[in-house]
Design a protein around this ligand. Structure first.
Ligand SMILES: *Cc1c(COP(=O)(O)O)cnc(C)c1O
Length: 360
């Protein structure tokens, strides 16, 4: 298959040496070699999540751990903060697990603000809040530290589970699990981690582990207590995705060698360049000013560009970007991901091709 460079918000480009790292001989998941592999991975994952608490590893995508967060951490009622398609998915998962809930929805493209959340929590009936760090469908980054602070200051705030989806931003944006006092922070391998899909990770607070003990029907596959019981022995309850774990081990080394600060700065520089490219063409940014995502830019299609025509043109040149997400945003927006291991030179290659298309 020819290589098509992915400027879509997941799966993202995976470097050849990371793909190659998967091609090692298979291990049994109870063999000491596998335990060693997991023991190497655990502290590195904690560094990327900026936590000294645990980071659970699951053979699923991020959506699986979204479901896990709901099953393990909600006893009473959830506040779902919705400003796009992925925060809407959080709500669908809550409904699908029959948990009582309320929805705080703001206009898509706008951020969720701390005072809006504080107002809803004033009743004191909630024990969990679902937040989306980076709304991939709109290119909005929600102000998680300020939101977490507002939640902690609300009635029973010190007991509220703060559940954060950072699928499209973790390892590309500065997210501080311990410092921001979050309870679950989850992500997938196929976005800013720049790995193939198939694994998901969640930092889980001590508070959330205690909460899980009080919830009777947590299921089995995504039970935080079972996952942790094995994790502390450098194992997983069911068979792990061995090949992908080899790639993860190497990619974590590479991420830490680049340096988290450098990695975050690279993403911000690519974001700024992407916005400047759009503005240079008179294309408007869909996200509210000041909340533009460091990993994916969502443009309004105010020039009425034929998005699928543009992507066809790009494909012929070995590249692809993304149409708007879902029926609501398709064709009226389009998205360029600047995520994972993409470099500024990759972005320039894309912009040169898009310039050529727009000039034709
Ligand atoms: C991609 C994405 C998801 C879904 O992740 P999967 O790993 O495909 O389950 C959830 N939330 C956000 C913000 C995403 O960008």
């Amino acid at each position: 298959m020819p290589h098509i460079k992915l400027f879509i918000p997941g799966p993202t480009e995976v470097r050849p040496e990371i793909l190659d790292a998967q091609a090692a001989w298979m291990l049994g998941h109870r063999m000491p070699e596998c335990t060693e592999l997991i023991s190497r991975i655990r502290p590195k994952l904690r560094q990327v999540f900026q936590t000294e608490q645990r980071v659970l590893i699951s053979a699923s995508t991020g959506s699986g751990l979204m479901e896990a967060a709901i099953r393990n951490c909600v006893g009473k009622k959830v506040l779902n903060c919705v400003n796009g398609a992925f925060s809407q998915r959080w709500h669908e998962i809550v409904v699908g697990n029959a948990k009582a809930n309320e929805v705080l929805e703001v206009e898509w493209g706008q951020p969720i603000l701390p005072e809006q959340v504080a107002e809803r929590l004033a009743s004191g009936e909630f024990d969990a809040v679902c937040l989306t760090h980076n709304e991939t469908s709109t290119g909005v980054t929600n102000p998680i530290p300020e939101l977490a602070q507002a939640i902690r200051q609300s009635p029973n705030g010190d007991q509220i589970m703060i559940l954060v989806d950072a699928v499209s931003s973790l390892a590309g944006a500065d997210i501080r699990f311990d410092e921001w006092d979050l309870d679950v922070l989850l992500t997938s391998t196929q976005k800013a981690f720049a790995l193939p899909p198939g694994l998901a990770f969640a930092a889980v607070s001590d508070r959330a582990m205690e909460k899980a003990k009080t919830i009777p029907d947590r299921g089995w596959y995504f039970d935080f207590l079972t996952l942790e019981k094995y994790l502390v022995k450098d194992q997983t309850p069911s068979t792990t995705v061995v090949s992908l774990m080899f790639a993860l081990d190497k990619q974590l080394d590479d991420i830490l060698a680049e340096g988290l600060e450098n990695r975050f700065a690279r993403h911000l520089a690519m974001r700024d360049r992407t916005i400047a490219w759009g503005k240079g063409h008179g294309i408007e940014i869909f996200a509210a000013a000041g909340y533009e995502s460091p990993t994916v830019t969502c443009f309004s299609n105010n020039l009425n560009i034929d998005i699928s025509g543009m992507n066809k043109f790009l494909r012929e040149r070995g590249m692809i970007m993304s149409n708007g997400y879902g029926s609501k945003l398709k064709n009226v927006t389009f998205r360029i991901a600047h995520m994972g291991d993409l470099q500024m030179s990759d972005m320039e290659e894309l912009f040169a091709a898009m310039d050529e298309y727009l000039a034709a």
